[in-house]
Design a protein around this ligand. Sequence first.
Ligand SMILES: CC(C)(COP(=O)(O)OP(=O)(O)OC[C@H]1O[C@@H](n2cnc3c(N)ncnc32)[C@H](O)[C@@H]1OP(=O)(O)O)[C@@H](O)C(=O)NCCC(=O)NCCS
Length: 512
Amino acid sequence: MTDTRGGQYLALSCSIFSEYSVARGDGQRVRSCGAFARLRYGVADVMRLVRLIIWVVIGYLTRSDALYIGLGAAAVQAFHGAWENKSKMNTAKLTLNGKDYELPVVVGSEGEVGIDISNLRAQSEAVTLDPGYGNTGACKSAITFIDGDKGILRYRGYPIEQLSEHAKFPEVAYLLIYGNLPNETQLREWRKKLTDNSYIHEDMIRFFDHYPPTAHPMAILSAMVASLSTYYPDIEDEDNWNLNIVRVLAKAKTIAAFSYKKSIGQPVVYPLAKNSYVANFLRMMFATPAEPYEVPEVLERALNLLLILHADHEQNCSTSTVRMVGSGHANLYACISAGICGLWGPLHGGANQEVIDMLKAIKADGGNYKKYVELAKDKNSGFKLMGFGHRVYRNFDPRAKILKKSADDVLKELGIKDPLLDIAKNLEEVALNDSYFVERKLYPNVDFYSGIIYRAMGIPVNMFTVMFALGRIPGWIAHWKEMREEPGSRIHRPRQIYTGEKERNYIPVGKR
Ligand SMILES: CC(C)(COP(=O)(O)OP(=O)(O)OC[C@H]1O[C@@H](n2cnc3c(N)ncnc32)[C@H](O)[C@@H]1OP(=O)(O)O)[C@@H](O)C(=O)NCCC(=O)NCCS
């Protein structure tokens, strides 16, 4: 009897390859990993597995020419599948005014499919229209992956649950910006650079004197970060880029803390070299020159967690703003300042402040949370449940899940009983069982519980969005860097569909 094992392996390989090709041809979501793929299992996949097993059994039982028949059939199927794959998955067809256009299809490393329309206008003179960008991929990015249906969030491949449990914020910042977790030496050097660059130019401290005491800290943060560019010029080389990256990260927390100190009329407190990034921020916020200050461990832990959870969230109002401004090659400080403004609004980072205001209003109204759930459902009320809903998460926000538990732990450790936490939990329970919220897939987002923790930490409500910004700065930097380093990146310049007046003649003012 001839040894047919080599042939069997070959037949097996061909079969697997053909199954893989067919899976792709069917438009299954696959994770590409060389020739083979990790499939998301469904009935069709089970059938493929059964077919595969039959091939193997036939090959084993016969050890004869039947094997070669199987081999041939598998090979034909493989080529057919590959051909189908090419024709079905690599292009999309658009018919416009009776003419067909082939559009390339791009598949991401997690199987996300995008139709590349970058040559559509040149070929057809048409543009796509997607107000709110809900269907538009503005870039390819290797930084953060979100699966909103499954509640998955990963930075550079690492699940948010693992990072929030084990990592420190500067480590996560390094990961986002440079692509990998730092080794011990890299981390030591990175931390030292962050500490050494914590100070701002002494002249800049006088800027704070000229803002009114009621100034919103987000206004001060964005203006001061843009002003950093006047002291630390932007030179287009790698060393200078890296230095400016450290400067923005290190100085933003100093600016945020100083703006708070100024707003309450206290002298600024300087960072200490021995302290961690997070501890230094807390020291600058809460220490006074008169008293020694030991950073409470529970606060350091809680803030570390909050900053990590906010560190990046792929494309969104603020991050896309950073990319947009950066695409015109504005300096890093200007881009981050623009991102801060993008974050400010109540539908984005400003929601954490709004959540506390809402919970306070409910408490002042006798704690009748059910009334506010009804109000949120009434389209004429103009009222929304702040901290609820998300463009991407349609199942749960993994950050909110982590923060809900952390809120309990932090308040317990600090010995605080906050009635707003009880109202928040009741509100969540009622809303999650209400068909209005269930049908629209509205769940608590990251802002729902973060405000309660900030409040327990003693951070004033108008600083909440600043805290979000401090967390998000590494993400903004990472996106800015990725965009600037991408070969052939162009200035962002969207199109529009004009719906205004047709040409008309100017009428002198007296005749209008
Ligand atoms: C986050 C948010 C801006 C997402 O907006 P979006 O993706 O454009 O979602 P939509 O506004 O299209 O909402 C879909 C539906 O849910 C409703 N909805 C969304 N969020 C709601 C909320 N917080 N309270 C009540 N209804 C809400 C909308 O009215 C809409 O109802 P409709 O289909 O009957 O018209 C939105 O959910 C929101 O404003 N939430 C409150 C602010 C907030 O917490 N922002 C922080 C985000 S991290």
